[in-house]
Design a protein around this ligand. Structure first.
Ligand code: DGJ
Length: 740
């Protein structure tokens, strides 16, 4: 199948390229443009007015000569109010439905029409290609190019748009979506993920009914705290794990976004996704290109499990920084010390890190600020010099001391922020986002720096650069962000004569510029993206970060749900899970849960009792033996904690010779003595034979699971195996190994 499609793409590239020439002259001719992956096809087609329409979305059609006839099968009302399937719906002319783009031309006119001009396919390699389609306004020198990038094998599509014009003055972009899709059919189910601090990523599945359901955020920074840009659409019936057609999507933009799902009067689904137009009319100068963020989506006809695995593969190979590389296990001091530490305390923690067997010690918040020492969260942010009282010998000394213990050293920063109690605020009030005439409004006692200002970009880059220049052996950065933008106002934009409504976009682009500079100089050093909880973490940011912090909520029962829900969109290698003292679950439960991702600890290891310590060390050593499967293998969600008393999830290596299965009790309402039925495994080879061995056993306990019994993959994937989860065994980790 793969080969066939690849070949097909080659043939089409040549064929479709010839359309570019033909199309400019023969505008009345129907142009059909297929965007194809292994299991899906999106067909674009020009209509009799030479407008570009979405005419098909579904399983790939095999015969090219039938593509053009798809639309003939529909008898929708084609008067203007009935046209819902534009590939990029303009406004102010014929369209009366929700637009993808809305503009005010340089002369104040608000009408826009977009007609097909040309398209081309650029083949990148055997697995990926970019189709771009140029649309132009016949009256104004205004142009939009739609981009569709496909990864054939992973069934992932990335869509974005470039907008430019050659008018006499700036054009005001009032709405500028990344993508405008259309799905024929009926019964669409949308799962969105809402949240708030400590309650991130809560799924809500609803059947879409006529009208528009909009998901958006206006928080500016840490934008996805209350509403994430991740969503699932299930076609025909509610989403399920192993069957059915689904789309897992995300708007990859680190600030305000808006996703609009509209069931039109024919019960078809329109999706318009992009930057949130809220307070964001963007002034676009002549000949400047406005590139929108991307809508990224994975498609599957076999349920959310396959879609997630494909998305994970895609992310690891093509998106996440160092997605196919290694990660560092760590001991973090945040919950162990909060702001209260000094060199000696830290040196003891280095020993703890070494003793536990993790790779690195991570120094969290509180290491900086002198005039306004960072001894709590009201002061010091912005003053990135070591606090002389706590750390008289500086960071360099700590890096060396950690090295002596045999552990690497990483450090926390929150470079986009400032406390009003700081030297930075005193010196550079003009760098702070705030309304000059209004009282300041704080989130965690802090304000956001104006990254639309290149001087602020230099400052933020300088914080990271300075740390690395002074400490070349610094191994890791945790980049935090704990405030939203209130009182959105930029002194810089004002000085430049640019509208304030550029701020959200220019802030975000400024931040990307900083990250690009950091990555140009320090291409691979691991960096964790954190946001006082899961207020960040999407695939534009993850071009620059190796991992992200899904939530401050480390209560392990809650984490099972949160990690489960993040797992739809992100591979385990990208999610940082730390063992802390939150919750009532035993240490084993906490360590097992944190092992389903990138493992870290945020506890006072020296205070662990001997059994806990022994367990931790053994579990870290076990983790080191299976982490490669969790990080780089295929994930199968087996038992959904939202619907059952237990959760079960497994990871399988690519050759299907090894797997690790995690099982947890998530509900003890009925005094469970042991799970009644087996957990049916997935992803193994039915023909291979396997043993199942329980690992991460707490000292002094034994397993009821016979480790010498041999099962076929067929049996494990049909009949399954009972992990015997119970009130006494609330978490059970099983290692599956092929036997010859
Ligand atoms: C919020 C983060 O989520 C925590 O892990 C910690 O780094 C604090 N910020 C520090 O202020």
């Amino acid at each position: 199948m793969k080969q066939k499609i690849t070949h097909y793409l080659n043939k089409k590239s040549i064929l479709l390229f010839s359309f570019i020439i033909a199309a400019t002259h023969l505008s009345a001719q129907t142009i059909t443009i297929p965007i194809t992956t292994e299991n899906s096809m999106l067909l674009l087609q020009t209509d009799s007015n030479n407008r570009l329409m979405n005419v098909y979305f579904g399983k790939p059609l095999e015969n090219e000569n039938e593509f053009a006839t798809v639309s003939a099968g529909y008898n929708y009302d084609y008067s203007n109010q009935g046209i819902y399937n534009s590939a990029y719906t303009p406004s102010g002319t014929w369209n009366l439905s929700e637009p993808a783009i809305q503009v005010k031309h340089a002369d104040g006119n608000t009408s826009l029409e977009l007609k097909y001009v040309s398209h081309k396919i650029e083949k990148i390699d055997a697995n990926s290609a970019i189709t771009s389609v140029v649309l132009k306004d016949p009256v104004y020198p205004f142009e939009v190019t739609l981009f569709y990038k496909v990864w054939i094998k992973e069934n992932v599509i990335e869509q974005w748009t470039e907008i430019k014009h050659n008018e006499k003055k700036a054009v005001l972009l009032q709405k500028y979506a990344s993508a405008n899709l259309f799905f024929g059919g009926k019964d669409f189910y949308l799962t969105s993920f809402q949240g708030e601090y400590l309650k991130e990523m809560q799924p809500v599945e609803t059947k879409l009914v006529q009208g528009i359901r909009a998901l958006d955020t206006k928080l500016g920074t840490r934008a996805m705290l209350t509403q994430t840009p991740n969503f699932m659409v299930s076609f025909g019936k509610p989403a399920s794990e192993n069957e059915g057609s689904v789309m897992l999507g995300q708007l990859a933009w680190s600030s305000n976004f808006k996703l609009e799902f509209e069931i039109d009067s024919n019960k078809n689904l329109r999706l318009i996704a992009g930057i949130n137009p809220f307070a964001s009319e963007y002034s676009l100068a002549p000949n400047e290109i406005f590139k929108t963020p991307s809508l990224i989506y994975a498609l599957s006809n076999h349920g959310t499990g396959e879609a997630s695995r494909n998305l994970h593969d895609w992310a690891r190979k093509y998106r996440l920084l160092d997605g196919q590389g290694e990660r560092l296990t760590l001991l973090n001091n945040w919950e162990a010390t909060y702001f209260d530490f000094d060199e000696n305390k830290l040196k003891d923690l280095f020993k703890d890190a070494k003793d536990l067997g993790v790779d690195m010690f991570l120094l969290d918040d509180g290491w900086f600020g002198n005039k306004y020492p960072r001894n709590n969260d009201v002061a010091g942010l912005g003053d990135w010099q070591e606090n002389k009282k706590k750390l008289p010998s500086g960071i360099g000394y700590l890096v060396k001391e950690a090295k002596k213990e045999g552990v690497k050293f990483g450090i926390w920063i929150e470079p986009e922020m400032v406390n009003p109690k700081s030297e930075l605020y005193e010196k550079h009030l003009d760098w702070v986002i705030r309304q000059p005439e209004r009282p300041e409004i704080y989130y965690r006692n802090q304000l956001v720096l104006d990254l639309s200002n290149p001087e602020v970009q230099d400052f933020v880059f300088g914080i990271v650069d300075d740390l690395f220049v002074k400490n070349p052996e610094l191994a890791f950065i945790k980049w935090d962000c704990n405030a939203t933008i209130y009182n959105a106002y930029s002194t810089y934009l004002n000085k430049k004569g640019l509208p304030q409504s550029n701020l959200y976009v220019d802030y975000t682009r400024g931040l990307y510029k900083v990250l690009q500079r950091i990555r140009a100089k320090y291409p691979k050093v691991p960096m964790m993206l954190c946001s006082g909880g899961g207020g960040r973490g999407e695939y534009e940011f993850l071009k620059y970060f190796t991992e992200f912090w899904p939530t401050d909520d480390t209560e392990p029962l809650e984490r099972i749900f949160v990690q489960w829900d993040y797992s739809y969109f992100f591979p385990a290698i990208s999610t940082c899970n730390h063992v802390t003292d939150w919750g009532k679950q035993p240490l084993k439960f906490r360590v097992d849960v944190a092992s389903m991702g990138k493992l870290g600890f945020d506890i006072v290891a020296s205070k662990l009792n001997p059994e806990d310590k022994t367990f931790c060390k053994q579990a870290i050593s076990n983790y080191n033996s299976f982490k490669d499967i969790v990080w780089h293998g295929d994930m199968y969600r087996l038992v959904n904690p939202h619907e059952n008393n237990i959760a079960a999830l497994m990871y399988v290596n690519p050759t299907k010779t090894k797997a690790v299965v995690f099982n947890y009790l998530v509900n003890n309402r009925f005094n469970i003595t042991a799970t009644e039925r087996p957990v049916v495994l997935n992803g193994l080879d039915p023909k291979k034979k396997y043993t199942v061995k329980e690992i991460n056993l707490f000292p002094g306990t034994t397993s009821p699971i016979a480790s010498d019994k041999v099962y076929t993959g067929d049996f494990l994937m049909k009949a399954g195996i009972n992990p015997n989860v119970s009130l006494k065994r609330t978490s059970v980790v099983l290692e599956i190994n092929e036997v010859q």
